[in-house]
Design a binder for this molecule. Structure first.
Ligand SMILES: Nc1nc2c(ncn2[C@@H]2O[C@H](COP(=O)(O)OP(=O)(O)OP(=O)(O)O)[C@@H](O)[C@H]2O)c(=O)[nH]1
Ligand SMILES: [Zn+2]
Length: 343
């Protein structure tokens, strides 16, 4: 980092001899009108793998981006060698505005948050019904992270051949969370269609603890892509051992041209993201996922935790505007911001 000087951002303005005047070079730099648009598929040892059209290229961040990062799911503008040939390196000169960011902190006490995935619109929370036992608090924490980021949560309950989903589904029925239940036979018969239906045309980030069957599921979903070689440059040689997320295109209805724009949707696998630190969570954003309760917070004191005697939500529910169970669920979710042993 030293070679960038004390403040890496200062490096953006480089003054160079210029025959037409003496203005800083940055102001006359072409605006990269010829740049190609792409999407970041994964990051591998500091190199970004970007899908441009149906070609996967390797790129690095241009200096002019300064500290701004590009993460998986980002739409970026790239210049330079876009051939995708071995040992070529393009440059990312722009990161487009993100529709969403999924962040995580390593821990609640850790003030450093990292953007894990950009532009996802759904969060698949993969939980086994047994082996390993489901952990509702972990699910709750993932739900809070999804609501905070503005993503629709999707509960994916695996291994229903080992245990019933009824109890968990009962717990989450109040929240109205979408869900799918899968079992071993789904994979044997290739029948992952019910989940495919939920993923169609969407960008879904998958999270889950080790052993819940996330890899089995993701592999079944993107099987055809591996066969056609789209993502092989990164994944095919078993090289993808980093903790970076990995975006995989889903086939569209015709089963062809799965890469370009991926009308079929995207699966974003997030190895190493098992749960979320909720350090950065803003309760008011979580409450937006409860449109029946949100108007009731108008009478709350400023900065209300919504779990204190002055909270206006108790009266709101007592007046019959919303179900008591909904308020209980909201409070349960907000309470998960306090990390406990075993989270
Ligand atoms: N009984 C049963 N076992 C399953 C099912 N899905 C996956 N498994 C098994 O569960 C184990 C863990 O599956 P993985 O797909 O590796 O789980 P993972 O969540 O990716 O775990 P890591 O690879 O450790 O991150 C494997 O032995 C799978 O064969 C299922 O629906 N039913
Ligand atoms: Zn309140």
């Amino acid at each position: 980092m030293r070679r960038y000087g004390k403040n890496p951002d200062e490096d953006d303005i480089r003054v160079r001899p210029n025959p037409k005047g003496n203005r800083p070079r940055t102001s006359i730099r072409p605006k990269h009108e010829d740049a190609a648009e792409g999407m970041v598929l994964t990051v591998d040892r500091g190199r970004l793998h970007v899908l441009v059209g149906d070609r996967q290229i390797v790129a690095m961040k241009a200096r002019e981006l300064g500290r701004k990062s590009a993460v998986v799911g980002d739409r970026v503008a790239v210049v330079g060698d876009l051939s995708g040939d071995k040992d070529t390196l393009a440059r990312i000169v722009r990161v487009e505005k993100r529709a969403s960011v999924l962040r995580r902190t390593a821990d609640d006490d850790d003030p450093f948050e990292r953007v894990v995935v950009a532009n996802a619109d759904q969060l698949a929370i993969v939980t086994a019904l047994a082996d390993p036992e489901p952990r509702p608090r972990m699910i709750d924490r993932c739900l809070v992270a999804a609501y905070d980021a503005g993503l629709d949560p999707l509960l994916v309950l695996t291994k229903s051949d080992l245990a019933s989903a009824d109890a968990l589904l009962e717990t989450y029925s109040t929240l109205g969370v979408s869900y799918v239940v899968t079992n071993r036979d789904d994979f044997l018969t290739g029948g992952v269609d019910q989940i495919r239906e939920r993923l169609k045309g969407r960008t879904t980030a998958f999270v889950g603890h080790s052993g819940v069957g996330k890899t089995t599921l993701v592999n079944a979903l993107v099987e055809r892509q591996r066969a056609t070689g789209i993502v092989n440059a990164v994944t095919g040689r078993g090289r993808h051992t980093t903790t970076s997320a990995l975006a995989l295109p889903l086939p569209d209805d015709g089963g062809t041209s799965q890469a370009e724009g991926s009308g079929g949707g995207w699966v974003i696998d997030t190895p190493g993201v098992r749960s979320f630190g909720l350090h950065h969570i803003d309760p008011s954003r979580v409450i937006q996922a409860f449109p029946d309760l949100e108007p009731g917070t108008e009478g709350c004191p400023r900065g209300c935790s919504h779990d204190e005697p002055e909270c206006a939500l108790d009266a709101w529910v007592a007046e019959g505007h919303a179900e008591p169970a909904r308020l209980d669920s909201l409070r349960r979710l907000l309470a998960t911001r306090e990390r406990r042993e075993g989270d």
